[in-house]
Design a protein around this ligand. Structure first.
Ligand SMILES: [Zn+2]
Length: 111
């Protein structure tokens, strides 16, 4: 299920009204950033989405989230109904240099 208005409100509360990437206030102008990009099989669901400024979302582009971003995401989602998409767990557990293959394998298991 795509991100509902209720999901977006909860995300905003969890992020303290701040952009996931730069940490500055983002408010109503937030865009949905897909941590595992849609272009690489990421899903359009709350468990793979954070709120970000449009410019920060665009600057991130189609890369995978880094270790610090994953740590922040997992901390924010602990005990949250918004959840964590399993391929993000696979990414976090991947050895250096194996990130893309770990994600691709995990996504194929989801389908
Ligand atoms: Zn930002």
């Amino acid at each position: 299920m795509p991100v509902s208005p209720d999901d977006a409100t909860l995300m905003d509360v969890q992020q303290g009204g701040r952009c996931f990437f730069c940490g500055e206030p983002v408010g109503a102008k937030a865009t949905f950033d897909h941590l595992i990009p849609l272009a690489y099989g990421g899903i359009d669901e709350p468990s793979n989405v954070v709120l970000a400024h449009r410019r920060c979302n665009q600057r991130k582009g189609d890369r995978l989230p880094d270790a610090g971003e994953l740590d922040r995401f997992f901390a924010a989602r602990r005990g949250s109904r918004l959840g964590v998409w399993p391929p993000l767990r696979a990414l976090r557990a991947a050895e250096e240099g194996q990130e893309w293959i770990a994600v691709a394998r995990a996504i194929s298991q989801e389908k």
